[in-house]
Design a protein around this ligand. Structure first.
Ligand SMILES: NC(=O)c1ccc[n+]([C@@H]2O[C@H](COP(=O)([O-])OP(=O)(O)OC[C@H]3O[C@@H](n4cnc5c(N)ncnc54)[C@H](O)[C@@H]3O)[C@@H](O)[C@H]2O)c1
Length: 437
């Protein structure tokens, strides 16, 4: 079997650059290809252009094995090409191939003059049937070669979470592989076995494509279920979602992961993967009611929190400080962030909103509308506010001097503070518990 020692990675974004760095760390010689000149320069200078824990260090310590370029011809000098370009959702909720198809055409063109076998791997999330109906035919027609004979093709989506991408690559629960043929599947398995001991699930393309979005649809269903329990508890004297989820999570059929009554899910993957799952089901004549309900519940969560605020008598134009804007800690991504939606809704309702997020302390990025005061430290967000909401559970929030919350009402969506540490606070409320208890 052909051995892989030189790898090219097309798309040096949040996922692709981490993947390229991990390959280099595992002794592969890696060529990263991107259209963004600033990313190429940054990587070639041994620096990460992306906010992701551990990535800068990994790029700098593997400088000799990781190079970046915009030249697709370099693919010829590699044994395998991983493609990690965007697949934005279109209006119907389907993933578009507008970036994948041109990249596959370019790869096919390079393969037309390459002697020897090559493995092409798509990591971007795609709609089921994309590999068989678009990706394979495009590669075959532009290369003039036969898939499964002259080159191999795999679909190998990842299940990482931003902020933990490197850890996710090094310690995955499982590896999902859709393969054109056994040789291609064995080659990619060999690469993954060099990275982790995770079980490798190999199958045809369409099953891997469905499995990828099914994972996120199932996980989001758990989150929406826990948030439904939280809402029930908020409306029931004596109710406490944490007591319930920690008990039912002990049942092996349920499990505690992603079973926390707090805010809804956000980010670049969960919302759109679940919507795409429902859309795909629809296309094959199935009404995926669970996925639809999961989404409907999720988009109501920010309203649930604002209703909770108003139910305790905090009304516009009260000053409210919100800690956290990103969709999760350890990332600067605010796409579909419930914390960002929360500050926007509070502001729309006429509250005077202060917001703080560690990811934007040194950034000039305009993440909030001009009516919202984005502060450069936690104190400036807390001090003027009558009510403080912990919206994104950044670890640094738990380290704050608790006396800063003196005479404030706190609404802790993630239960980061024990009540005992906040003796000066006027009131300490948590999501998923009746505010009058
Ligand atoms: N970010 C995540 O959390 C995550 C998790 C799982 C799956 N995914 C999937 O991975 C894929 C990539 O996501 P991402 O978050 O890394 O995207 P991203 O936008 O951060 O990065 C994409 C990169 O591709 C480059 N690119 C675009 N067109 C190109 C071209 N023609 N040639 C070369 N490079 C090109 C861009 O310049 C950019 O650097 C998507 O399909 C996404 O759904 C992402």
């Amino acid at each position: 079997m052909s051995k892989i020692s030189n790898i090219s990675v097309v798309g040096l974004g949040k996922l692709g650059l981490c993947l390229a760095a991990v390959f280099a760390e595992k002794d592969y010689s890696v060529t990263g290809i991107d259209v963004d000149k600033s990313k190429i320069d940054s990587v070639n200078n041994g620096k990460s252009p992306i906010f992701e824990p551990g990535l800068d260090e990994m790029i700098s310590s593997n400088k000799t094995r990781l190079k970046a370029t915009d030249d697709f011809d370099t693919i010829k000098n590699t044994d395998a090409t991983f493609v990690v370009v965007p697949t934005p959702s279109d209006e119907s909720g389907e993933f578009s191939l507008e970036f994948v198809t041109p990249v596959m055409k370019k790869i096919g063109k390079v393969l037309s003059s390459k002697t020897g076998y090559h493995l092409v791997v798509l990591c971007s999330t795609v709609m089921p049937n994309s590999m068989d109906s678009v990706v394979r035919p495009v590669l075959e027609s532009t290369s003039g070669k036969k898939c499964g004979k002259d080159f191999g093709l795999c679909y190998n989506p990842e299940f990482i979470a931003l902020g933990d991408v490197i850890k996710g690559f090094l310690n995955p629960d499982f590896i999902l592989v859709g393969e054109s043929d056994a040789k291609a599947g064995e080659m990619i398995s060999e690469v993954h076995q060099k990275i982790s001991n995770a079980p490798i699930q190999r199958m045809n393309f369409v099953n891997a494509e469905i499995a990828k979005i099914a994972v996120n649809s199932f996980v989001t269903m758990k989150i929406s279920f826990a948030n439904t329990l939280a809402e029930i508890c908020e409306n029931m004297p004596g109710g406490d979602v944490e007591k319930i989820t920690s008990a039912i999570g002990k049942d092996k059929r349920i499990g505690t992961a992603y079973l926390k009554g707090a805010l809804g899910y956000g980010g670049p993957c969960f919302p759109r993967d679940n919507v795409a799952f429902a859309r795909f089901a629809n296309k094959v004549g199935i009404d995926a009611q669970l996925a639809v309900a999961t989404h409907d519940i999720n988009i109501k969560q920010v309203n649930r929190i604002v209703n909770l605020v108003e139910s305790i008598g905090v009304k516009p134009p009260a000053k409210v400080g919100v800690l956290g804007l990103t969709y999760k800690p350890k990332t600067n991504v605010t796409e579909e962030s419930q914390s960002l939606m929360l500050v926007n809704l509070l502001s729309e309702k006429g509250f005077q909103v202060y917001a703080y997020d560690p990811a934007f302390v040194n950034s000039s990025e305009n993440v909030v509308n001009p009516k919202i005061t984005l502060t450069k430290n936690m104190e400036d967000c807390i001090i003027p506010s009558e009510l403080c909401i912990i919206a994104t559970p950044w670890e640094e929030f738990s380290k704050i001097d608790k006396s800063k919350f003196s005479n404030k009402i706190i609404l802790d969506c993630w239960r980061m503070f024990a009540r005992d540490g906040l003796t000066n606070a006027l009131r300490y409320l948590v999501a998923g518990k009746n505010p009058n208890d």
